[in-house]
Design a protein around this ligand. Structure first.
Ligand SMILES: [Fe+2]
Length: 305
């Protein structure tokens, strides 16, 4: 369940407050100075993360909001190891969603789901830009996730990753009014979801960008899918949404492409991401299998450890 920690007030001098331009400019410079895919952190045993490995992961995430990692040891009992890995990092509030096995760790692979709707993650189709849990209610927002690839596809299945804080910068630099529009509590609405004739999720409106009441960090809810999202019908919101689509279309030097190999993964503060379509070839054991865990809390800062 989400944290019930007491709420704090958002500082007025946060870089995410439009009137705090000095703070924004200083933060922006540091943020954009970090370029290239962050160095991959090597981990000896997934379920027994060492203090040094943990620190490297968290330090990178503090600045970049994501980090790739590679497990050197064997991947036995992967779901249990992955849960232990998350706990050791400090991620305790795991989400058990609609399609998660009991553990909260989901095997993402081409499979039949016992649902009326087709869920693209469980097909070999491309998956568009999104943050995880964009359809969740405000008090169940996903603030971190981790992925671990057990087996890549025969062909394709590459990921793209984009720190949502850099997306914020691109939008604010273009038009700060768009940030205001995207922070409105009715910026976009996710229509209700029905399974087996029963509504399992009501309509849900919310902001695209919001600041965490716990620590003032920037959170993003987003899906590039046209069918599943109803954008607020006003010019600023529409233009901001169109700008984001253009950004994805024409590219950005902070968007990174990476094809996860077996034993490689990513941890993130729920940044923007997408996936290419792929082709499996089970006859040679190349059936894409990626494990995912989602959390209701952000990664801790390295010094909080
Ligand atoms: Fe995702």
């Amino acid at each position: 369940m989400p944290s019930t920690q007491p709420l704090t007030t958002i500082p007025t001098r946060s870089p995410f407050v439009l009137s705090a331009d000095d703070e924004y400019q200083a933060w922006r410079r540091t943020k954009l100075a970090a370029t290239g895919l962050p160095d991959m952190v090597k981990i000896d045993t997934l379920g027994e993360l060492s203090s040094a490995e943990r620190k490297r992961l968290l330090l990178t995430c503090e600045h970049r909001n994501f980090v790739p990692f590679q497990v050197r040891g064997a991947l036995d009992d992967i779901e249990e190891q992955l849960r232990a890995f998350g706990r050791r990092i400090g991620l305790l509030e795991i989400d058990q969603n609609l399609c998660a096995e009991d553990s909260g760790v989901t095997a993402i692979t081409v499979k039949e789901t016992a649902t009326d709707n087709i869920y693209i993650p469980y097909t070999n189709r491309p998956l568009g830009w999104h943050t995880d849990g964009y359809y969740n209610a405000t008090d169940h927002q996903i603030r971190a996730w981790l992925l671990l690839c057990a087996q890549p596809a025969s062909e394709g299945g590459e990921s793209e990753l984009f720190d949502h804080e850099v997306a914020y910068i691109r939008i604010r630099d273009e038009n700060p009014e768009w940030i205001k529009a995207l922070m409105a509590s009715d910026a976009f609405t996710i229509p209700s979801n029905t399974e087996h004739g029963e509504e399992i999720r009501p309509d849900h409106s919310g902001p695209v960008f919001s600041l965490s009441p716990q620590d003032g960090s920037l959170h993003m809810r987003y899906s590039a899918r046209q069918r599943n999202v109803i954008w607020k019908d006003d010019p600023l919101t529409r233009d901001a949404a169109a700008f984001l689509l253009d950004l994805f279309k024409y590219g950005d030097d902070h968007i990174f492409r990476y094809r996860l190999q077996a034993g490689e993964g990513v941890i993130s503060n729920n940044i923007l991401h997408r996936r290419d379509g792929f082709r499996d070839d089970p006859t040679i054991g190349a059936k894409r299998l990626v494990y995912r865990a989602r959390y209701f809390q952000r990664l801790p800062k390295a010094e909080e450890t």
